[in-house]
Structure formats: C-alpha cells, structure tokens
Design a protein around this ligand. Structure first.
Ligand SMILES: Cc1ncc(COP(=O)(O)O)c(C=O)c1O
Length: 357
C-alpha cells in the first residue's frame, strides 16, 4: 500500500514536463497574439497579450496570485487563513480561485450597486460576499475600509489591498514583462495599456524599461473620467478630469502606490474616447475573431494610435485584459448602447453583431 502510494505520488509529480500544477501553475504564460489586420494597416507589429486565457479569465489572476504568495512568503498568511479584499471585479474572481486552490477562506466586500451576476459568480467560486452601501472613499464605511477593518480584527487574515500593495506590480515585473520580452525576442519598441490599480502598467513597464536599457517606450492609455492623462501630460502638476466612461476596471482618480513605482518614467499618455473602444470591440470580433472586453479594446486602439505616432516598422505590445463574456449584456445590447449614446459608434457593417435587445 505504502509503496503504491509512493509510486502514485512519484507518478503525479512526474506526470509530464509540459503539464502545470493546478490553478496556480496555470496562471501566466499566455500567448502573445499578433493582430494581423491592424499590423498590416499600420506597418507595425501590433501584439496583444492574451490575458483572457488565464484560468480565472483575466489579467488580474496574476495580481491575485502575486499578493497572496507575497503574504505567504512574509509569514502573514498561514494554512487555513483568510484573504480579504474590497473589489467588484476581476481581482475578486482571481482571489476566489486562488483561495480555493490553496485552501484559504476568501471574503469580498463590494458596493451594493453591483450586479447580482457579479455577487453570484463570486459566491459560486466559494467566496463570502458582503455588499455594503456605496459611499465615497473618504467615508469609513467605504467597501475598501470595511475590507481592511475586517482583516485587522481577525487572526491569520490579510487585506490584499490591490491598489497600494506593490506585490501587485511585482507580479507583473516577474511574469508579464519577461514573457513579452521573450515572446518578442527583445524587439518590443513600445508597451501601452490602461490602468486601474496600475499594477500591470508599472510592473510590466519597469521590467521592459530596465531590460531594454531604456529603449522600450512605456505609455499609459486612459479612458475619459480618469485624472491620469492630465497628470502625465502636465508632468505631475494637474489632476483634471472630464467626462465618464463605460469601460470597467480602468481609470483612476489618484496615483496609487503601484502606479507610483513607475509613473515618473512613463514616456507619454493617450486618452481614448469610448466611441473608439466600442468600435474596436466589434472590429476585433469581425476581423480577428477575438471577443474581448472594453478595456482590452481601448488598449488596442491606443496601440494603433501609438504605432501611427512612431511610424512603420515598430513592435507595439498591449494587454487583452479579459473576454467580453462578463460584459456582453451591455456591450452587445442595442438598448444599453443607445442609452449611453454609443449605438452609432458601431460601424454600420458590424451592427449585425449587436444581437441583444
Ligand atoms: C478588465 C480590466 N482591465 C484592466 C484592468 C487594469 O489592470 P491593473 O489593475 O493592473 O491596472 C483591470 C483591473 O481590475 C480590469 O479588471
């Protein structure tokens, strides 16, 4: 029996050098997709990191794993512990998966204005969800503060603090950055993406900047309603905000600690209107067969605009953050787009894809 068990364990360990261990092993190493039509159009290589292929479905799996493993390494989280975060989106999904795979309790606080689908999904993934009143960050009842206080009062618990815990950016410094460098064989002239916490841009950008000896340009892409574009354009003097955006997970009102690790080394920033992002969602579906969310589409628009700025012969990398599945009832609904004044943003010949009422 013991020998059989030993043999079984050895078999399990040596299963195949090409397999990975569990959910955790499947995070990262995503393909880098060359967007063929846009590359032809610009004379550049426009490449997107297929982060929707992470096992939890988004780029945030990397950050979720990064903050949990950092807490483990620092001895803050021990077996049977609890992971707490304030989030309404992809980070919560990533954390719920990571917690199940590592045997932790996962507790998520979110504003009670979020859709029932989001709450249900997190609960299906085994997380405890506390919808709390949607109040401003300055109010102690804000969901982020409630998450922090919940963890503080519990033994063997951490608040992962995705915005200001720089283990988030570090996860991209050790994974996303090196992967893009390797996949482009070091020939990446520019990297551009939007930020929520700033982890992806700061971590990936810092790695590529260092590895290229400063040659790779790193740019921020910003949706309307965010202060970051004005902050970067003005050299850190202004924090102007105008308009609002239908994109989710990106745009920011402050310089988070994660973004702060790199913000002064950014080469520039582009602001992208929602009309362009919506049009790109439909274009990528029609011409590349890719079904991606609005933040990914915004990133691709930004990569194309940067390619046009730099001229033909350059390689521009960006992030395809997640799929459209989480947003389809909005992005493919004529009624919803109409209500947002965005129906006409869909090119005439692509209106056929907006099949939902
Ligand atoms: C869909 C989507 N895109 C982009 C981002 C931004 O990534 P980061 O937080 O690393 O800046 C997020 C973050 O939650 C997201 O959910």
């Amino acid at each position: 029996m013991a020998a059989a068990l030993r043999a079984g364990k050895a078999f399990a360990r040596g299963f195949s050098s090409r397999s990975v261990d569990g959910f955790v092993g499947a995070v990262g190493n995503t393909p880098l997709i060359r967007l063929t039509k846009l590359s032809e159009k610009t004379g550049c290589n426009i490449v997107g990191k297929a982060e929707f292929q992470n096992p939890g479905g988004s780029v945030k799996d990397r950050a979720a794993l990064g903050v949990v493993e950092d807490a483990e390494r620092r001895g803050l989280l021990k077996p049977g512990g609890t992971v707490v975060e304030g989030t309404a989106g992809n980070t919560g999904i990533g954390l719920a998966h990571v917690c199940r795979s590592k045997g932790y309790r996962c507790v998520i606080f979110m504003p009670n204005t979020q859709s029932q689908e989001k709450i249900d999904l997190l609960r299906m993934l085994g997380a405890e969800v506390y919808p709390v009143p949607a109040v401003a960050y300055e109010n102690p009842a804000n969901y982020n503060h409630q998450a922090r206080d919940f963890a503080k009062n519990l033994p063997n618990a951490i608040w992962t603090d995705q915005f200001d815990n720089t283990a988030n950016a570090q996860a991209h410094y050790v994974s996303t950055g090196p992967e893009i460098w390797e996949q482009t064989e070091g020939k990446v002239d520019a990297f551009i993406c939007a930020t929520g916490t700033g982890g992806t841009l700061a971590g990936t950008g810092r790695f590529l900047k260092e590895k290229s000896g400063g040659k790779t340009q790193i740019w921020l892409a910003d949706p309307p309603g965010s202060v970051l574009h004005s902050y970067i354009e003005s050299g850190g003097k202004l924090k102007d905000r105008s308009g609002s955006s239908i994109t989710e997970g990106i745009g920011q009102g402050r310089i988070t600690n994660n973004l702060g690790t790199f913000v002064d080394r950014l080469d520039g920033s582009l602001t992208i209107a929602d009309e362009k992002s919506i049009s790109m969602i439909y274009n990528l579906l029609d011409s590349e067969g890719l079904y991606i969310g609005a933040s990914s589409a915004l990133n691709v628009v930004a990569a194309v605009e940067l390619a046009q700025k730099l001229g033909p012969g350059h390689t521009i990398a960006t992030i395809l953050c997640d799929g459209a599945y989480r947003y389809q009832s909005r992005l493919f609904s004529k009624k919803w787009l109409q209500a947002k004044g965005l129906e006409s943003a869909i090119p005439e010949h692509l209106q056929k894809y907006a099949v939902l009422d």
